[in-house]
Design a protein around this ligand. Sequence first.
Ligand code: HEC
Length: 159
Amino acid sequence: MAKVVSGLIWALVLAACGPVQQPETAAPFPDSSQPEAAVPGAATPEAAAPAGSSVLDGVFTARQASGGETSFQQVCAACHSITEFRGGRFRLAWAGLTVGDLFQSISTLMPKDDPGVLSPEEYLAIISYLLRENGYPAGEEDLPTDTSALRYIRIVAGA
Ligand code: HEC
């Protein structure tokens, strides 16, 4: 009899402990809900396009960057100093992502008081300016307005 009772007690103890929920494990597939999110390495440029390049390859022109400098002064400098987007801070935020991600963020979120107000060409010029200020080299061709092509240009740390 004592054995049966203690067995019952164990059963109750187990039943009480069993259903405790672990909130951390509630979302078994955290990534699957965000197919649009940039997942570094998930779809590497190399895998999708053999011609995938990086910001080290001269992906904007000097002319495009100086146009971007003018726009930055006119539009962005009201709230930002260029020093916010240089060096370690820039790399920490953007290395591992692509120029497409940078374009997507800036063109949809900035300027903060009127997001999306500039043309794609103006946003691209500003991005060229940011790349130039980070020491990446200018080249022969402008950053393309084709946003899918921008997704193949990786932002890498070394410059
Ligand atoms: C009216 C003020 C304002 C203007 C104008 C503005 N920004 Fe911003 N920006 C902000 C604020 C505030 C943040 C911080 C994030 C937030 O609150 O959305 C921010 C964040 C950012 C970020 C992300 C933070 C980081 O350090 O990486 C980038 C990049 C950026 N802005 C770029 C630009 C560019 C490029 C322009 C010009 C086209 C611009 N901003 C114009 C206010 C502004």
